[in-house]
Structure formats: structure tokens, C-alpha cells
Ligand binder design. Structure first.
Ligand code: B1M
Length: 209
């Protein structure tokens, strides 16, 4: 069993096909992480390159994203980190102005799988919304950004936490393709994670889980 069929279904924007192939891969005993990384994520990365090359346009990106989400939905229950026990509340969302949510959803799923309560605010989230929700007992705010133009809006969430007087009570972690560790330090975030598994480890470390 190879993951080429999962990859091809996502690239073709075939949501039903992606679900079938992910299910077949699960049934064949492949690890959820392998299906995710070598099937779904690899395909989305190719979609990005085709977009850059002018071979795919926004509609193709969108239907590929839907196919990936369909496959991801089936993987969700399998992504739980079985050997890790942790707890805490994480408020997660995509930064203001940004509609990309696949990576954020993945991070949320993995955190849930690791035993965290996750409040997902969706996409294009106002800084005030993050703060309002974090005041309900969250230990961590997680912000995702996929655009170089929107990543700068992450700073506003940190500023809003300071203004609201909750900055000392909440850890702020950031991620997304254009974001780096250096950028996290520059804007005063508590941490950066390059992928969903690292995000779980980072959050666990920050809350002392
Ligand atoms: Co958009 N898009 N897009 N797009 N899109 C990118 C990001 C882009 C790199 C494509 C390209 O040019 N090659 C480019 C950004 C360029 C830049 O800023 N430098 C781009 C562009 C330009 C745009 C539009 C402006 C296009 C247009 O309209 N002309 C537009 C912007 C809309 C907006 O947001 N306001 C747009 C729209 C879209 C769609 C709606 C069509 C669709 C999104 C659908 C959706 O999300 N529901 C889309 C897609 C699918 C992509 C690509 C192809 C794939 C993104 C993705 O889902 N990757 C993307 C190209 C690419 O990344 N290769 C692209 C898979 C996902 C699992 O990875 O999100 O990186 P990622 O998440 C990872 C890590 O980054 C990390 O963990 C995840 C799992 O490993 N992570 C975190 C993410 N968040 C984290 C948070 C954390 C920790 C880790 O802590 C809180």
C-alpha cells in the first residue's frame, strides 16, 4: 500500500476519493502520521507549488483543500497521542485577515488528541475575540497565519492581551508556513511550532503538562 492514491485524490480535488483512500490506508495499518505527512500534507505542498507556477488557481486550491479536510476528518480520531496525558485549555484561531484553516484545524485536533480542551475561534479572528475567550480560563492562545501580509496581525493579539492585563496569565504560541522562531521572539510570543506535533509538545511544555 502506498500513499500515492491519497496524494492523487487530494491533488485532483476529489473529496470522496480522498476519504476512500485514507480509509484504505488506515485499514492497511499505516500510521496516521504517515498518512498525514506523506499523503495529505505532501499533496497540499504540491498544490502550493502548482499555484506558484500558475498551473493551479484559487478554485483548484480550494477544492484540493476540501479534499484534504475530508481525509483529515477520518484521521482525526486516530491522531490522539495515546501515551501522553495532559490537560489545559487552549484558544486557537487563524489571525485577522486570514482564511486558511487546514493547519490550524490540524493543530487543534492534535491538541484535543493530547487531552487539551480546545476552543476553536475559526478564521479571520479579531484580537479582541481571542482575549474575550482566553479570559474564560485558558492557559494558552494559539494563533495561525499563512500569509506574509497577515502574520503581522499576530502582534495585535499580544498587544491586546497586554492591554487587557492577562498577558502574564496566558501563554501565546504561533505557527503557520511563513512564521519562524525568530519572528515569535521578535513579537514577544512565548513560542513557535513548525508543525502540529511540535505544537502539542510546545503547549505541554509551556503549561508544565
Ligand atoms: Co492560499 N496561499 N491564498 N489558499 N494557500 C498559500 C498560503 C500560498 C503560500 C500559496 C502560494 O503562493 N504558493 C500563498 C501565500 C503567499 C504569501 O503570503 N507569501 C497563498 C495565497 C497568496 C492566497 C490568496 C491571497 C490567493 C488569492 O486569493 N489570490 C488567498 C488569501 C485568502 C485569505 O486568507 N485572505 C488564498 C486562499 C486560499 C484558499 C481559500 C483557496 C485555500 C485555503 C483553504 C482553507 O484553508 N480552508 C488556500 C490554500 C489551500 C493554500 C495552500 C495551497 C495550502 C495551505 C495548507 O493548507 N497547507 C498554500 C500553499 C502551501 O502552503 N504550500 C497557500 C497544509 C497545512 C497542513 O499546512 O497550514 O502550513 P500549514 O500548517 C502546518 C504548519 O504551518 C503548522 O502546523 C500545520 C501542520 O503541520 N501550523 C501551526 C499552522 N498553524 C499553526 C499554529 C500553531 C503551530 C503550528 O500554533 C498555534
Amino acid at each position: 500500500m502506498t500513499l500515492k492514491s491519497v496524494y492523487d485524490a487530494v491533488l485532483a480535488g476529489d473529496a470522496d476519493g480522498a476519504k476512500e483512500e485514507v480509509q484504505a490506508a488506515i485499514n492497511a495499518g499505516l500510521s496516521p502520521e504517515k498518512i498525514l505527512n506523506e499523503g495529505l500534507i505532501l499533496a497540499m505542498s504540491e498544490v502550493g507549488q502548482l499555484f506558484e507556477a500558475g498551473e493551479y488557481f484559487v478554485p483548484e486550491m480550494l477544492i484540493a483543500a476540501r479534499a484534504m479536510q475530508a481525509g483529515l476528518g477520518l484521521l482525526k480520531p486516530h491522531l490522539a497521542a495515546e501515551d501522553v496525558k495532559s490537560s489545559g485549555k487552549v484558544v486557537i484561531g487563524t489571525v485577522k485577515g486570514d482564511l486558511h484553516d487546514i493547519g490550524k484545524n490540524l493543530v487543534g485536533m492534535m491538541l484535543e488528541g493530547a487531552g487539551f480542551e480546545v476552543v476553536d475561534l475559526g478564521t479571520d479572528v479579531d484580537p479582541a475575540k481571542f482575549i474575550e475567550e482566553a479570559k474564560n480560563g485558558a492557559q494558552v492562545i494559539g494563533i495561525s497565519a499563512l500569509l506574509t501580509t497577515t502574520m503581522n496581525n499576530m502582534k495585535q493579539v499580544i498587544a491586546a492581551a497586554e492591554e487587557a492585563g492577562i498577558r502574564e496569565d496566558v501563554k501565546i504560541v504561533i505557527g503557520g508556513a511563513p512564521v519562524t522562531d525568530e519572528y515569535a521572539q521578535q513579537i514577544g510570543a512565548d513560542g513557535f511550532a513548525p508543525d502540529a506535533s511540535s505544537a502539542v509538545r510546545l503547549v505541554q511544555r509551556l503549561v508544565g503538562a
